[in-house]
Design a protein around this ligand. Structure first.
Ligand SMILES: Nc1ncnc2c1ncn2[C@@H]1O[C@H](COP(=O)(O)OP(=O)(O)O)[C@@H](O)[C@H]1O
Ligand SMILES: [Mg+2]
Length: 264
């Protein structure tokens, strides 16, 4: 049984998609400025899906992924993960479910510099009760073998290339056997050769059954996914709408520039 199902006393839906977002909104308040990062997002991910999220900078992709990964909470709307209403969980239930159900891969790798490769990958398992040292070791080595990094156990992140660091970060995301891997521009800090290696790894994991949701700024990498989602200005839009909105924005910017020139 998964961690969500084990959690009692929270609302459950009958078997449905792995992830279900219903009219999710996120507003940030900073320096008296309100930013509507997400304005009513409806979104499902089924088990075994490989979904990519594309859209211009600032359209809310990372905000959406952080909410999916339980790193942030919506201002409004509902999020069901494995049939559990996430907003009804308390802080420690959320932390436990995040640890068990979510594997997060960041653009900047986010490995801990003074821990070895082994210790970095082991870290999520140390928060789990009932896993002995030997079992942790077995799982860490298995995860590192999966990403071809088992020969670097005692290295520190600074002794690895960017591509190697990201592979270790993928192992850390995998080691707890999560329900979903969330990746926020996982190739953004890599050259194209290493970027392609990380994408090939994600493809392999997907072929082995992993559910993946990846944000990417690179349309070539979005092609790896089974399903492409486009975002614009805090909403999910279809491809045609996205093209139209982009053209309108380009026209508006060109018009502003023209007026600016006319005024000087
Ligand atoms: N912690 C925050 N505080 C205030 N505004 C934020 C915060 N995080 C994101 N934003 C704003 O929300 C919007 C969406 O940001 P983000 O989700 O990071 O976009 P993307 O990942 O698509 O580039 C942007 O306008 C950004 O400036
Ligand atoms: Mg982002």
């Amino acid at each position: 049984m998964n961690a969500v199902a084990e959690t009692h006393a929270v609302a459950r839906e009958p078997a449905g998609p792995l992830i279900h977002l219903d009219d999710v909104k996120k507003v940030f308040y900073a320096d008296e400025i309100e930013t509507h990062a997400l304005s009513g997002v409806h979104f499902d991910i089924e088990e075994g899906d490989y979904v990519s999220i594309e859209g211009p900078s600032g359209c809310g992709k990372s905000t959406l992924l952080s909410i999916l990964g339980l790193l942030d909470t919506p201002t409004d709307g509902r999020y069901w993960l494995n049939g559990t209403a996430v907003e009804e969980l308390d802080h420690s239930q959320r932390a436990r479910i995040r640890n068990k159900e979510i594997g997060f891969i960041f653009q900047a790798f986010n490995l801990i510099g003074d821990l070895t490769v082994f210790e970095n990958v082991e870290l999520p398992l140390t928060y789990r009760s009932g896993l002995g040292k030997q079992e942790r070791k077995r799982r860490v080595i298995e995860a590192l073998e999966r990403v071809n990094m088992a020969h670097r156990l005692r290295h520190y992140p600074s002794q690895l290339s960017g591509g190697q660091q990201q592979r270790v970060a993928v192992a850390r995301a995998l080691v707890g056997k999560p329900s979903i891997l969330l990746a926020d521009e996982p190739t953004g800090n890599l050259d194209s050769r290493n970027g392609e290696a990380v994408m090939a790894l994600l493809m392999d994991l997907h072929a082995d059954g992993a559910t993946i949701c990846m944000v990417t700024h690179d349309p070539r990498y979005a092609e790896y996914a089974d399903r492409k989602i486009h975002m614009f200005d805090g909403r999910i839009v279809d491809e045609e709408t996205l093209l139209r909105l982009r053209e309108e924005e380009d026209r508006r910017i060109a018009e502003q520039a023209r007026r600016g020139r006319a005024a000087t």
